[in-house]
Design a protein around this ligand. Structure first.
Ligand code: APR
Ligand code: PHB
Length: 389
């Protein structure tokens, strides 16, 4: 098998890249280790920056997103028994769009298959070779057979646990990691959201987040231990804890059937550079942020926008300069949002090893960010993604 761009991973990064390239007549093959059923049902992020939504729209896959997605002009920060509104649109002119990553993936898969472009499910890349040559190869296993995809370049869009990053020689990469001593228990519930916008709640019992997927589906999170056993969390306990952490006079959290629950640990991770020879890493394959700033999906989309532009310049005009600067361009934005995600996380979570001094600092920061227009604007610029990097 032979193609121009070999794309490993059919998450938002890989699928969007394939789409942006196809529009310019550049061929690609997408390899995905999981089944279509699996990738279309796993519940992931749900907040799109305005620029991310525009990218999908420009790529021609924004139709359902614009019909079903919900524009939010602000968020709430709750602490000390009060809920404060951060009017992001008023402060920055930009808003966010609530639309599930799972839905984006479904739309991208449908568009790719409809165009008759190659996308192989249950095709697991096992090795990437010849990165320093002009003909890199992805070895993969499909329907029990070992096969090879020969390409001009490989896009490693295979997430944090993929094989692409691992195929770069040790010594050529440097990783930066921060582990957090907590995780999130996330639920999807069939109940109308109880608030008009997202609520990030700081409380003495730990962090809680009220989000949503649609007017009928709520997505809620609780800070728990990083290795928390979901079995310890029957539905009643989840509702009780959510209610306590988000309690507000004159307001109640509506409950409904829980459709899904799971625990994820939290970490920050960046690998530098994001390229080696003819391999380019994008999205979670290159960096992870804790979910508190809702940046993972947006960073993944931005990487492939930069990569697609660089590949188009190379194929069209033989100009390699943008490809050579790919990592440098992406990393500036990645580190801006690594900082934002870390900052939101440390401002809002209960640190199991922290003390009262830490709590006072958090509350001082929260009062500042909700009380000062300048500080609120800084948060809003980062959250909506319009910040200068
Ligand atoms: N071969 C083929 N596919 C693979 C392999 C492999 N060896 N390893 C992993 N994959 C697939 C995964 O099954 C997954 O579908 O690569 C895909 C990577 O997709 P994502 O994990 O969604 O990563 P990305 O596209 O970078 O999007 C980042 O996902 O985790 C969230 O918060 C994150 O919202 C962010 C987004
Ligand atoms: C979500 O809806 O899944 C979500 C929203 C905001 C976050 C993280 C996750 O910060």
């Amino acid at each position: 098998m032979r193609t121009q761009v070999g794309i490993v991973g059919a998450g938002p990064a890989g699928l969007t890249l394939g789409h942006l390239l196809a529009r310019e007549g550049i061929e690609s093959v997408v390899l995905e280790s999981r089944s279509r059923e699996y990738v279309e049902h796993r519940i992931r992020a749900g907040v799109l920056e305005q620029g991310s939504a525009q990218l999908l729209r420009d790529a021609g896959v924004g139709e359902r997103m614009d019909r079903e997605g919900m524009v939010h002009g602000g968020i709430y920060l709750q602490f000390g028994g009060e809920r404060h509104h951060v009017p992001m649109r008023e402060l920055t002119g930009a808003a966010i769009l609530i639309y599930g990553q799972t839905e984006i993936v479904k739309d991208l898969i449908a568009a790719r298959l409809q165009a008759g472009l190659p996308l192989l499910f249950e095709a697991e890349a096992v090795a990437v070779r010849g990165l320093e040559s002009e003909r890199p190869r992805v070895e993969f296993v499909h329907e029990g057979r070992r096969e090879e995809l020969e390409c001009d370049v490989v896009a490693g869009c295979d997430g944090f646990h993929g094989v692409c990053r691992e195929s770069i020689p040790r010594g050529a990469l440097r990783s930066y990691v921060r582990e957090y001593p907590f995780g999130w228990l996330g639920i999807l519930a069939r109940v109308a959201p109880s608030t008009d916008e997202l609520v990030y709640a700081h409380s003495d019992r730990g962090f809680a987040l009220l989000s949503l997927r649609s007017p009928q589906l709520s997505r809620y999170y609780l800070q728990v231990a990083h290795d928390e056993d979901v079995a310890e969390w029957p539905d009643e306990r989840i509702w009780e804890e959510l209610a306590r952490r988000t309690a507000l006079e004159g307001w109640t959290l509506a409950e409904g059937p829980i459709l899904e629950k799971g625990v994820t640990g939290m970490r920050s991770f960046v690998c530098e550079p994001m390229q080696y020879g003819r391999l380019f890493l994008a999205g979670d394959a290159a960096h992870i942020v804790p979910p508190t700033g809702a940046k993972g999906l947006n960073l993944a989309l931005r990487d492939v926008q930069v990569l697609a532009e660089a590949l188009i310049a190379w194929y069209r005009r033989g100009d390699r300069s943008a490809l050579e600067r790919y990592s440098e361009r992406c990393l500036r934005r990645v580190w801006r949002f690594e900082h934002f995600a870390w900052w939101m996380t440390t401002m809002l979570h209960l640190d199991p090893g922290g003390d009262e001094f830490d709590r006072r600092l958090q509350l001082a920061q929260l009062r500042h960010v909700t009380g000062s227009r300048a500080a609120a604007t800084a948060l809003a610029e980062n959250y909506t993604g319009v910040v200068a990097v």
